[in-house]
Ligand binder design. Sequence first.
Ligand code: CA
Length: 241
Amino acid sequence: MATCLHNKILIIEDDQGISNFLKTTVTAAGYDTIIAGDGKTALQMVTSHCPDCILLDLGLPDMDGSTIIQSVRSWTHTPIIVISARSMEEDKAAALDNGADDYITKPFGTVELLARIRTALRHTRTMSENGEIRQNGSYHIGELEIDYKKMRVLRNGNDVHLTPNEFRIVALLGKHAGRVMTYKSILRELWGPAASLDNKILRVHMASIRRKIEPNPNEPRYIFTEVGVGYRMAENEENKE
Ligand code: CA
């Protein structure tokens, strides 16, 4: 088996302009790239090239992006970052629930794209577990600390007094820091597969959480809303490479 010095990124995109932009950006950052312009080629390349990360445009000429996600997920955990148009929020949530790891919305900048790729690659290596939590039983970001053992959240060292449900939401987002979690996946994770998929309950909890943990609840620094999709907790800067 050939050894690779660089992480290899598979770009699945039929728009030549966008795929050129992606290739240039990703190559400049030191990754190797391979490109597929349609779904059939893409699936062949996943098996023959074993990419470390996949960038996937949902709108391909021959295949629905969700078909590709399901097919890839049936046999590998290779991270998939969906590239989608701004108007397709429901598709983004469905893609994540189908097994995609993250998404990025067109138009996007190079900094954002590379940050998402780094996060996706890091989560593969740590098998989706947050390394800081496993090591210390806690997660730090800015002036915030999630203490998993004592089940509490501290801001500047002071307990912010979350309710048990609020703590569970923050704890879950902290475990997946840097990645978006859909409303559906949060509800299912916390309240089981039979959970009502009413997002309203999450929005109510989140408003209360933000009043307690955010310096300015209207401009969150710790938990971001991904409109129409879910929430994403910020990553600890020190963990970034
Ligand atoms: Ca397309």
